[in-house]
Design a protein around this ligand. Structure first.
Ligand code: TYM
Length: 336
């Protein structure tokens, strides 16, 4: 029996490691999750097991997982059309990750730049083996659903290359088992930059320049209005020499649907102030709806739990089949 996908299928995940998703998460990944529901069979997951690879607080993780799930619903992930679930509700991810870790080279895993960055930044001296094997769990998240595409931001590209390599290696050694997935990376918004350090990617680890979508709108506007730009006064898109202004144009273009060149002509002859005001207005308008929808879902925890159960059940229908196939191929004895 082949468990390979017959239609185009996407899978993606997001970590519940902050009190809110940020505008980079939305523009780089989540908005394409929503669009892909129209054309693909979609699996989307809140990856709580990835969130315990670094220091964390259990009560906070539980709350953040609920809030993350609600935010995905608020963005427009439709639990009737797509499979929306929490990673730890589907034990097959961790089970497949073990098998995959046994075909992953130690050197290969050591080359993951995100691990190198995160472990270098860790001041506690307590970097976990879980953080090291994190990309293998991510590969399992994807391969267990036989996903053909994975919508992510640019920072996940190397993890996807590892995933593809593992799928190919497993297939070569044990026979065709996994679909080899393609990265689906949005061209224009794959790397939204930090507002204070516009050469770095926006990330919750640099809170000063990161726009959290559940933050108070006044705080959001203030952060945008104090974004670092440059000493010229020309609104022009040039990520190399004008990373701050280019980042603001990218955000405004994505939220307003206006092209970058339209925006450049619109701000011709004007200073940066009006651009910042318009970006702030656009983000605040988006965040206001986002917040009220998220809060509506959070006000009904019973419904959230019902949706989590529904998602887990649908996810397991696929995941258990892949895992059974894998266990058989690697030589584990089956019992009824
Ligand atoms: P995470 O939780 O850090 O981020 C979720 C998604 O947001 C994208 N992203 C960005 N895109 C553009 N600009 C930015 N500044 C920016 N910051 C974040 C990320 O690329 C990601 O798509 N390892 C993953 C979670 C994961 C996963 C998976 C993803 C676990 N298993 C399986 C896909 C498939 C992560 O930490 O994403």
């Amino acid at each position: 029996m082949s468990v390979m996908a017959h239609t185009d299928r996407v899978l993606s995940g997001i970590q519940p490691t902050a009190d809110s998703f940020h505008i980079g998460n939305y523009l780089g990944a989540l908005r394409s999750w929503v669009e892909l529901q129209d054309t693909h069979e979609a699996f989307y997951t809140v990856v709580d097991q990835h969130a315990i690879t670094v220091e964390y607080d259990p009560a906070e993780l539980r709350q953040r997982t609920l809030v993350s799930f609600a935010q995905l619903l608020a963005c427009g992930v439709d639990p009737e059309r797509s499979v929306l679930f929490v990673q730890s509700h589907v034990p097959e991810h961790a089970q497949l990750a073990w098998v995959l870790s046994c075909i992953t080279g130690y050197g290969e895993a050591s080359r993951m730049t995100q691990f190198k960055d995160k472990s270098a930044r860790d001041g506690t001296g307590a970097v976990s083996v879980g953080l090291f094997t994190y990309p293998v769990l991510m590969a399992a998240d994807i391969l267990v659903y036989q996903a053909t595409g994975v919508p992510v931001g640019e920072d996940q590209r190397q993890h996807l290359e590892l995933t593809r390599g593992l799928a190919q290696r497993f297939n070569a050694r044990f026979g065709e088992t996994f679909v080899v997935p393609e990265p689906l990376i949005l061209k224009d918004t794959a790397k939204i930059k930090d507002l204070q350090e516009p050469t770095a990617k926006m990330s919750k680890s640099l809170p000063g320049g990161c726009v959290m979508l559940l933050d108070d709108p006044k705080k959001i506007a203030k952060k945008i209005k104090s974004a670092v730009t440059d000493s010229e006064t020309v609104v022009r898109f040039d990520p190399e020499t004008k990373p701050g202004v280019s980042n603001l144009l990218t955000i405004l273009s994505a939220l307003s649907g206006r092209t970058i060149s339209e925006l450049e002509s619109h701000y011709e002859g004007s200073m940066y102030g009006p651009l910042k005001v318009d970006v702030a207005d656009a983000v605040v308008e988006f965040a206001t709806t986002y917040q009220s929808r998220t809060n509506e879902y959070l006000q009904d925890p019973a419904e959230l739990h019902r949706l989590m159960e529904l998602g887990a059940q649908k996810a397991r229908e696929v995941a258990t089949r892949t895992l059974a196939d894998v266990y058989n191929r690697v030589g584990f004895v089956a019992i009824k």
